[in-house]
Design a protein around this ligand. Structure first.
Ligand SMILES: C[S@@+](CC[C@H](N)C(=O)[O-])C[C@H]1O[C@@H](n2cnc3c(N)ncnc32)[C@H](O)[C@@H]1O
Length: 279
């Protein structure tokens, strides 16, 4: 068992499933509807236990999962939902050690998941237009991961140019990704993957037209993820009455090398010439 310690972020969860985030600090008190709990009563204990507040209310003590943390953390911009982030990690094939560019950083929800997936040996470059969003995102990231994340935040318009080269992956959650196609041609390595998240169909159409027009992307696919939670209570087993019906579309594309295509054609032509000469 790893005991809870002072300075650690935890969630207290009510019997109805509401989460309350707090950072443990020796001597502090957690206040809840006129009741309270001394942080000292939690420090040194293990997570996953029900505890009682001064008035008898029961709360579960846990270290939050990443998706629980994302849903509770303070937001500047609208975050990507865990259901979309889960699919992004797989569709963009984010792997340990990858060099990834993300824009914009927003509240840092996707950033946290990308950092976890690339690990200590990866590199993440996050471009963001707004100072206030970048600052909030950094606070959110530090609170969950500490200071050691391999993250470089660039406070600039990603469509105005990308500093990095030989990127493995580019993940865009911003309104006009077609403006990033040209800068990406230099920055994303051949065989690399681009993934964009867009809320509306006209945006997707414009992006796909730009990717096709560039002649440098192939295997362009668009998909969306609908998550339908179910209620399972005794004999009431059915989909829940409410769900998030729409968040956005994921479009994935592979960066292809024009040089290798030309090379391929040259080889085929040479082979044909050789065949003709032999005949
Ligand atoms: C929807 S938010 C991103 C949310 C983020 N993915 C998250 O999960 O928390 C979009 C962000 O893109 C930023 N943005 C928009 N256009 C940009 C650009 N051209 N370059 C850099 N950042 C941009 C906005 O300021 C905003 O913070």
């Amino acid at each position: 068992m790893k005991p809870l310690c002072s300075g650690e972020l935890i969630h207290l969860v009510s019997e109805k499933g509401r989460h309350y985030a707090l950072t443990l600090k020796a001597g502090d008190r957690f206040q809840y509807s006129g009741e309270w709990l001394a942080h000292d009563d939690l420090i040194g204990q293990e997570e996953g236990r029900w505890i009682r507040l001064s008035g008898g209310t029961r709360l579960l003590v846990i270290r939050p999962t990443l998706s629980e943390y994302l849903m509770k953390m303070p937001r500047g911009a609208q975050i990507l939902y865990p259901k979309d982030i889960a699919l992004i990690l797989m569709k963009a094939d984010i792997f340990p050690g990858a060099r990834v560019l993300e824009a914009g950083i927003g509240s840092g929800a996707l950033t946290l998941a990308l950092l976890r997936a690339i690990g200590e040996k990866g590199q993440l470059f996050s471009y963001e237009l707004r100072e206030d969003f970048a600052a909030q995102a950094l606070k959110n990231i530090r609170r969950y991961l500490g200071d050691a994340a391999p993250l470089t935040i660039r406070r600039q318009d990603v469509s105005a140019g990308i500093v990095e080269r030989e990127l493995d992956r580019v993940v865009l959650d911003l309104p006009e990704p077609w403006r990033v196609v040209d800068p990406m041609l230099e920055a994303l390595r051949s065989g690399g993957i681009l993934l964009t998240f867009l809320p509306t169909v006209p945006q997707v159409e414009r992006l796909v037209a730009a990717l096709q027009g560039s002649g440098s992307f192939d295997f362009i696919e668009t998909t969306e993820c609908l998550e339908r939670p179910w209620q399972i209570e005794g004999r009431s087993v059915r989909p829940q009455l409410r769900m998030v019906a729409h968040s956005g579309f994921l479009t994935v594309a592979r960066r292809i090398s024009r040089t290798s295509e030309d090379g391929g054609i040259r080889i085929q032509e040479e082979e044909k010439r050789n065949e003709d000469q032999t005949a």
